[in-house]
Design a protein. Structure first.
Length: 202
């Protein structure tokens, strides 16, 4: 049974375990996921097993993304995975990797995952930086990360290879100060909406 470790609206995140190797292998070898992650080689059982074990040893959180089931007696559907890779314990830096299967893209789930994991990174793990690499033409992901307080801080020229050509990747980063600024902006926008809705009512 999936553990509801982090919960959002209509989704929840559950830790990936070593017993999940076969299911994760199948998902990571799907064409859509391969293309998204720029993975050119088949992912073997041993590859996935080593990835899970090494990720756990490094203290990096690794979660399934579950969509809530419409039936209350069912635990939900695994629609993707997310890894928060700790890249430096000295400066408390991490890198966020998200993959969602094609059938569940463009539904706002990615934005929720970014919010849940970023809050978890800062509020629970005491991380100071969460970074993500996003393809130059992946406009939906860029918009989703920007909506959660991430800022484009750099570019990696021709860092990604797909569709027979090299493409740039943008570096997005979030630190608590960016997040606080975004939260203040959200508060102002909510107050403005409330004023527009109720301000003229006598």
């Amino acid at each position: 049974m999936a553990t509801r470790y982090l919960e959002g609206e209509g989704i929840f995140l559950s830790p990936i375990e070593e017993t999940d190797v076969s299911v994760l292998q199948e998902m990571q070898n799907e064409k859509f996921i391969r293309d998204m992650m720029s993975s050119c080689l088949p992912r073997t059982f041993e590859d996935i097993q080593a990835d899970i074990v090494n990720t756990k040893k490094s203290g990096s959180p690794y979660f399934w993304i579950f969509k809530e089931s419409e039936k209350t007696d069912e635990e939900g559907i695994a629609i993707g995975y997310v890894k928060l890779e700790i890249v430096s314990n000295i400066i408390r830096a991490s890198e966020l990797h998200i993959a969602i299967t094609e059938a569940y893209t463009k539904r706002g789930y990615g934005k929720q995952v970014i919010r849940l994991v970023t809050d978890y990174a800062f509020d629970c793990l005491n991380l100071h930086s969460v970074r993500a690499l996003i393809r130059e033409k992946n406009y939906a992901s860029q918009k989703a990360f920007e909506s959660q307080g991430y800022r484009r801080v750099g570019v990696l020229p021709e860092w990604s290879f797909y569709d027979g050509d090299y493409h740039d990747c943008y570096i997005y980063d979030c630190i608590p100060r960016f997040r606080k600024s975004k939260n203040e902006q959200w508060t102002k926008e909510r107050m403005r909406c409330l004023w527009l809705k109720f301000g003229s009512v006598s």
